[in-house]
Ligand binder design. Sequence first.
Ligand code: SAM
Length: 284
Amino acid sequence: MQLTQPIILSYVQAESLLKAKQQGKAFIEISPDLGLSTVLATLTSEGISFPSGERLDWQGLGKMSKSEVNCFILEGDTYRPIQVFSEYTNRVCSLMPTRGAPSMLIAGFVMHRIKDIDPMQDTLRKIAAISPVAGRVLDTATGLGYTAIKAAKTADEVVTIELDPGAQEIARLNPWSQELFHSPKIQQIMGDAYEVVQTFEDGSFARIIHDPPTFSLAGELYSGVFYQQLFRVLKRGGRLYHYIGDPNSKASGGVTKGALKRMQEAGFARVVRKPEAFGVVAYK
Ligand SMILES: C[S@@+](CC[C@H](N)C(=O)[O-])C[C@H]1O[C@@H](n2cnc3c(N)ncnc32)[C@H](O)[C@@H]1O
């Protein structure tokens, strides 16, 4: 963990701390960054204290252990949920814990798969659908930056677009998103992908990762006009991965059917369902 990073906890750490208290322990190895690393925290009758000075009482930890939708940031001896109201979109964004990498909630919608899979495994499936990921990559919807970060492991450059400053604020506080802000290969653009993509040159990306919010939140990112733009900026021989949702659910099944048709009309030579990645891959 970087020294400048604040301590971020969720119900996962709160449960371990409460268990250690019950067992009468004086010290515990606990993660200050949602599972990425550990530090040795001290347990007292009042609560716990971290080597960097932050403290939290048992009452606070009790409340935290019951919250399945928020992660919390420690500030001195107080804490607050990682949650912002985005004035730009009029939506609440928050960091949502899992037992692995956290997800983000926007207006109550979870931005990654979390059922029987964690957001990072979900991300690896998206990337695997268009492997090898090489050359210049476009990531149309930054979110927590997981797709951009994983693509940057093998790509020359990743250009990633985020509409909502609230989502970016959440990513900035997420320990699992830090490479998004530090990787020299990742270029972040704040704006509407629908407009920003129009400014890119023809054939300027070898791979595109299109991972928009659900259709009901961002219908224009599933439109034929937008797919035409994605087709235009993709290189010949390039591939596009498009997250759509569980192909076996009634709602996403219907959206997939329409999206496939519009992508073919937009010019893609072949559009293939990738049920394991909850999306489709289109070839140019
Ligand atoms: C499903 S999440 C993306 C998850 C991301 N790929 C990751 O790995 O964490 C969708 C993101 O798209 C953003 N978004 C919504 N509409 C957008 C638009 N028109 N242009 C760019 N980003 C948009 C949302 O704010 C949200 O952060």
